[in-house]
Design a protein around this ligand. Structure first.
Ligand code: PMV
Length: 310
């Protein structure tokens, strides 16, 4: 069984598409996939969604196009295969579901063909898939989908893993509104074209937040991290990617004791992430958000590899 991991961006989404760093953590939950020989040609089944496709670069179905793009990175002298995927993440929610799917599907094919790929090749294969859904992905989702833990991503640079002094207790809550990353990235591109000075200021501000976030994570300074999340959310709001629903969930999380809360991922819908002082308080915050969000879960990130909790 192959796995791809979801992710949560703590600082720097959108700015990362414009060359700045972002700080993110892999989630314990993601996608599991298995490939078996097929008698009817290549197939991909996302079983929980009852969505079944054959690879087709010209299909109106983006999943069929993405599967075709991924298979261009798989050797052609092979028998047909059928990949079955189990998804534990909401799609279009800013948690990197699509990249997790691509990494799990690619990994399942590797397992069946008894081949292994280097990380760079795995990321390249995932990006071929991601371009179908996202247009110009920074690569953060594909990198985090490999289950890299917590660290700083910057396009074209090696992933910088951060050893956190303490695990970070998080609450993730979904507005229930699906938001295509491609549309949100396009909206930020337009913002940046119309007001390049303002956009530069916002992106540079987020880069400074990432630099401070790196230090605070290393030191295990949760209240500093919470404050930086608040600042990052203000900058995301200034970029016009936040919504009333996201702001309301952030406010409820703060009222329930969160040290900081912000949208995570592309915005326009999707999820918020809130930082709790400890796991017990994370449970209280999660309880306060239930009934106002379609899905709520708690998790710890920054824990050593092999101990990531779903
Ligand atoms: O919404 P998601 O999970 O696809 O996260 C996207 C993060 C962005 O910075 C908005 C886009 C990107 O490619 O980095």
């Amino acid at each position: 069984m192959a796995r791809g991991y979801g992710k949560v961006i703590l600082f720097g989404e959108h700015a990362v598409v414009h060359g700045r760093p972002a700080l993110a953590a892999s989630l314990g939950r993601g996608v599991q996939a298995q490939a078996v020989p097929s008698k009817t040609g290549d197939r991909l089944s996302i079983d929980p969604w009852n969505h079944h496709v054959a690879p087709d670069p010209d299909s109106h179905d983006a999943l069929a196009r993405a599967f075709a793009a991924l298979l261009t990175h798989v050797r052609h002298d092979r028998a047909p295969l059928h990949v079955h995927a189990q998804v534990q993440l909401p799609a279009g929610a800013g948690l990197g579901c699509s990249a997790a799917l691509s990494v799990a599907v690619g990994g399942a094919i590797d397992e069946l063909l008894e081949q292994s790929m280097g990380e760079e090749e795995e990321i390249g294969r995932s990006l071929a898939w991601e371009r179908i859904f996202h247009g110009t992905p920074s690569g953060i989702d594909s990198t985090m989908a490999l289950g890299r833990g917590l660290g700083v991503f910057r396009t074209g640079h090696a992933f910088e893993r951060i050893a956190c002094r303490v695990p970070l207790p998080l609450v993730v809550a979904h507005t229930g509104i699906a938001s295509p990353t491609k549309d949100m990235v396009g909206a930020v591109n337009r913002f940046s074209e119309q007001d390049p000075e303002a956009a530069k200021g916002i992106f540079d501000g987020m880069a400074a937040i990432v630099d401070n976030g790196r230090l605070a994570a290393r030191a295990g300074d949760l209240s500093a991290l919470g404050g930086l999340m608040e600042l990052n959310q203000k900058l995301l709001n200034a970029l016009l990617v936040s919504t009333d629903e996201l702001e309301n969930l952030c406010a409820r999380a703060r009222e329930a004791g969160a040290l900081g809360a912000k949208l995570t991922g592309a915005g326009g819908g999707g999820c918020i992430v809130a930082l709790a002082p400890d796991l017990k308080r994370a449970g209280t915050i999660a309880d306060a958000l239930r009934g106002h969000a379609t899905e709520v879960f708690t998790t710890e990130v920054g824990v050593p590899p092999g101990k990531v909790r779903p």
